[in-house]
Design a protein around this ligand. Structure first.
Ligand SMILES: [Mg+2]
Length: 380
């Protein structure tokens, strides 16, 4: 099997109403979906959600010539070749470009073997993985949390047993919102909170202390994603686990955080950290520090399906919640690109099935992307 074409599909939509976190209001969500095509007519898919246009330029100019004509079964050798060509851009769009390519190559290599990606990478440890509803999100009203009770109720009705609302408005508002949610859901439902990089370390500590009584599983991205001293200060001052790493693109970046004693939970994103190959390097590092690792996902069905595959491979760790880690994040906002194979809905016990079909179990064609297409290109 040889790679004959690399197709870039730039897709996106405008959430209406805009969804927000403590750092920003999201008015537009754009993605690069990368389709790598072979001489057997098979397609493998990858994704970039953070800097899709920059990553696309790097794929077209720098990485396509390395990959065209090659066999997807050489995904690991190709990863080393691409990563050896990062130049000065070691933790940014170049690694996102490599991420999308690695995701697509592994999808193709597994399809060619007739097995799932998890099976190709050594075999899944589980058939289901615990899911959590990522939301609700902040809205532009006087009380940014006013709709949270209703939306959390909707998540529980969909089957989620764990919910991660956005916080970071003010320590007092965070504390009151979480206390009210804990009263609403009772002791058995897991609650986590995402600050989305918004606070100073001092404010994050104040907020964490006011949320402590609400029994959170973790506080995510409390401060700037590269503020290692800030993370260390928060981790030392609060009892709740500190989670993060969705913005970190390499094992070296995670190494710096772990050596500084910052994170209790690692959350690499497959589309940022180098695809499956990059993720597994970070998973080895997590194992060396005996820390739980789970995928961050906030994108389309492509990253969602890939996250299920990688979650199948990660060791189980007890984090104090209703199920052992890893958990898989599911965006519960209105996201048509996540719903391309139908709405994602957990089983009654709050888990999602890990597909055991060839590749990632993705059933996607370029035609299905038409309503959201902004631009496309082909390298051959
Ligand atoms: Mg997050």
């Amino acid at each position: 099997m040889k790679i004959t074409e690399i197709r870039g599909h730039h897709v996106g939509f405008a959430p209406s109403p805009a969804i927000g976190n403590a750092r920003t209001m999201i008015r537009r969500r754009d993605f690069l979906l990368l389709e790598i095509v072979t001489d057997t007519g098979k397609s493998g898919w990858g994704e970039v959600f953070s800097s899709p246009d920059a990553a696309a330029a790097l794929i077209r100019m720098r990485y396509a010539p390395l990959v065209l004509g090659q066999s997807p079964a050489r995904y690991r050798a190709l990863w080393e070749q691409m990563a050896g060509n990062l130049g000065y851009d070691r933790r940014g769009p170049a690694m996102m470009a490599i991420s999308a390519i690695d995701m697509a190559l592994c999808d193709l290599a597994a399809q060619d073997l007739g097995v799932s990606v998890a099976a190709m990478l050594g075999g899944a440890l589980r058939e289901q993985v615990f899911a959590y509803g990522s939301g609700p999100f902040i809205v532009e009203t006087r009380d940014p949390f006013a709709h949270y009770a209703t939306e959390v109720e909707r998540c529980l009705a969909q089957g989620y047993r764990a919910v991660k609302p956005r916080a970071g408005v003010s320590p007092r508002a965070d504390g009151a919102m979480l206390a009210s949610l804990r009263r609403q859901v009772g002791p058995e439902i897991a609650l986590m909170v995402d600050i989305n990089q918004a606070y100073s370390a001092r404010a994050a500590i104040a907020s964490a202390r006011l949320m402590e009584a609400s029994d959170l599983l973790w506080i995510e991205e409390p401060v700037e994603p590269d503020d290692i001293p800030g993370y260390a200060a928060v981790a030392a001052a609060v009892t709740t686990a500190v989670a993060g790493g969705e913005a970190l693109a390499s094992a070296a970046a995670f190494r710096d955080f772990l050596v500084a004693g910052t994170l209790s939970i690692l959350q690499p994103d497959l589309t940022v950290c180098g695809g499956y190959t990059g993720f597994l390097r970070i998973a080895a590092l997590a194992a060396a520090f005996d820390l739980p690792i789970m995928p961050h996902v906030f994108g389309t069905i492509v990253n969602h399906q890939a996250a299920l595959q990688i979650a199948g491979l990660l060791p189980a760790r007890r984090g104090g919640g209703p199920a052992s880690y890893p958990y898989v994040e599911v965006d519960v906002s209105t996201n048509p690109l996540l719903a391309l194979q139908g709405a994602v809905k957990p089983n009654a016990d709050g888990t999602l099935d890990i597909p055991d079909r060839p590749g990632t179990g993705l059933d996607l064609t370029a035609e299905r992307l038409e309503p959201w297409r902004r631009e496309s290109w082909i390298c051959r």
